[in-house]
Design a protein. Structure first.
Length: 312
């Protein structure tokens, strides 16, 4: 559904109020993530992916495959862009179906429990909603919360994930219970956590990287830090970051509404000029006979810090 906002800063919200969160879940969620809160969704999903590595069965698989030791940026970009393609175009569009095939191909190479798949799916729903509740420039409408749930539930069904709860509250309870049962320290958690920290640091100039690390640690909750074996973050840094994010939200409240979706226009470091010249089939795991498009990152590139990473 291609619609335009109504007049005024809250024009998109006025449209959301007119839509059905089940039938129009893709349209609503695209507005929320692409027009209203693109910065918040990007930051929240970075931490959502990070959070999944607190589950030992997930971190052990990543440790065994070497994906986050040797190709962290490409794997991060693959996941981010494939999900963004479904969000921008819809899971039943040609690009959306192609993205789903690539996601299923990536997962099909490994033995992953249904419960782990369910848990990862919950983080795509609830982590961004929680982030926006704290740092968004406006409060979320109930339609936006339900649309996020129904959008990713439909994605999960198309990925073959079984036993997805059919209510927002039940799936939220599953997430909390799963974290209480499975978040615990293991060495694989610690190492994958270190690789991910190094990835986040690599996005910034070298002199800023110690500050980036302190900031990331400060934004973690106690259960995450404990599962990774990381020291507790600085309360002072956390408060400063929270104040900065809320100040940013107050400023954004006075900016003009976005008329162009930013779901697939964010920065990635593997696929230059994406999405121009690319299709979802260029992302993720490709058959050996399918070369990467010109200019795409080398999937075998070793992370520059992989051989010298140390414990915190």
């Amino acid at each position: 559904m291609d619609i335009a906002p109504k007049r005024g800063r809250f024009g998109w919200l006025a449209r959301i109020e007119e839509l059905d969160p089940v039938r129009d879940c893709h349209t609503i969620h695209r507005i929320t993530a692409g027009h209203e809160f693109p910065f918040d969704y990007q930051r929240a999903l970075e931490f959502a992916l990070f959070r999944t590595y607190c589950v030992p069965s997930i971190s052990e698989l990543l440790q065994k495959t070497g994906e986050f030791e040797f190709r962290p940026q490409k794997r991060y970009d693959d996941t981010s862009l494939l999900m963004a393609e479904m969000l921008e175009h819809g899971y039943d569009s040609p690009r959306g179906r192609e993205s789903l095939r690539m996601v299923n191909r990536m997962h099909g190479r490994y033995t992953i429990s249904n419960d782990d798949m369910l848990y990862v799916l919950t983080t795509f729903i609830y982590e961004p909603l929680d982030w926006i509740d704290r740092f968004g420039w406006r409060r979320l409408h109930p339609n936006e919360r339900l649309a996020a749930f129904h959008f990713y539930r439909n994605v999960g069904i198309r990925m073959g994930i079984k036993n997805i709860p059919d209510s927002f509250q039940e799936f939220a309870r599953f997430k909390l219970d799963y974290e209480q049962q499975h978040f615990r320290f293991t060495e694989s958690n610690h190492r994958v956590g270190l690789y991910t920290l190094a990835l986040f640091e690599s996005w910034f100039p070298r002199p800023l990287r110690p500050a980036v690390r302190r900031g990331v640690l400060a934004m973690m909750d106690e259960s995450m830090a404990r599962a990774f074996g990381f020291p507790a973050g600085s309360l002072t840094v956390r408060r400063a970051l929270h104040r900065g994010l809320r100040t940013r939200a107050r400023v954004e409240r006075w900016l003009p509404k976005r008329r162009v979706s930013k779901t697939t226009s964010g920065t990635n470091r593997t696929y230059p000029n994406y999405p121009q010249g690319y299709t979802p089939a260029n992302l993720g795991v490709r058959p050996p006979s399918s070369p990467a498009p010109a200019g795409a990152g080398n999937s075998e590139t070793v992370h520059p810090r992989a051989e010298r990473i140390t414990k915190l």
